[in-house]
Design a protein around this ligand. Sequence first.
Ligand code: G3H
Ligand code: 13P
Ligand code: ZN
Length: 330
Amino acid sequence: MVSYKELGLSNTKEMFKKAVAGGYAIPAYNFNNMEQMQAIIQACVETKSPVILQVSSGARKYANATLLRYMAQGAVAYAKELGCEIPIALHLDHGDSFELCKDCIDSGFSSVMIDGSHHSFEENIALTKKVVEYAHQHDVTVEGELGVLAGIEDEVVAETSTYTRPEEVEEFVAKTGVDSLAISIGTSHGANKFTPAQCTRNADGILVPPPLRFDILEEIEKRLPGFPIVLHGSSSVPVDKVQTINKFGGSLKDAVGIPEEQLRKASKSAVCKINIDSDGRLAATAAVRQVLAENPGEFDPRKYLGPARDALKELYKAKNINVLGSAGKA
Ligand code: G3H
Ligand code: 13P
Ligand code: ZN
């Protein structure tokens, strides 16, 4: 059993309290490898932002659970070395069982998500409550979810019926004891968040997605005043990254994300954690494709992973400063 406190990590309680009061959101960036971790820490130190390092179960399998834990511990030391002691949480993204959440808590995670959104309301409550009871014994914070997003959570694009039902949130929070709640108001996982048929096109022919359901968010805020709300599926899918990927041999069709203005608006509300993974994937892939296309003789991984890391860092800095409002809040 390793406590996150021994690793120098923080849980999300204090981070969220300040974020809700201050009208900004904490970035939750997924990571799977060293370059991503370096980019996240460099960006958050340079912008003085608290950060949630987020690990999916797929990332744990890919990178190895033990290595990821030491990387998170290394991230704390690295931030100090770079000159700023920012609060860093290590969070399990989309935990799907009590056993996985327990395993993460026992190996140094400071926060876990139990995603029971695919179960019935009652089963979701029972599973989430079980995780909360164990996590709180160890001062680990827990994120639950109500409502289903499209993308990896569901093969079909979100319909009205899968938005979070505001009338369920009070009972869910009261019965489970969760510290934060992920909701579904029209965001979606991945780089193709909506079909072209669901979008309009602007004058340049760029897809414009349907707006987020701020009415549902407002209703949830009314029912849970000051309670931390989380948005998944919040990549913006930058057009320039998609164009670079396609220019240098890629083939991404009809990619579309959540416009930054809408995320900026959400950050000022009770939304205090915004999950971003796909934009990092796009930024890294665009950089790697460009370097390799322009330098066909290059075979030193540092020569393409280094530029990918730089592109990630710029992306994360811009998010902290211009979208989430977390810069300067560490
Ligand atoms: O919401 C899911 C994240 O983007 C993680 O994706 O399971 O492919 O690591 P992954
Ligand atoms: P994106 O696919 O929009 O980056 O969402 C990531 C996410 O929600 C991770 O949990
Ligand atoms: Zn997610």
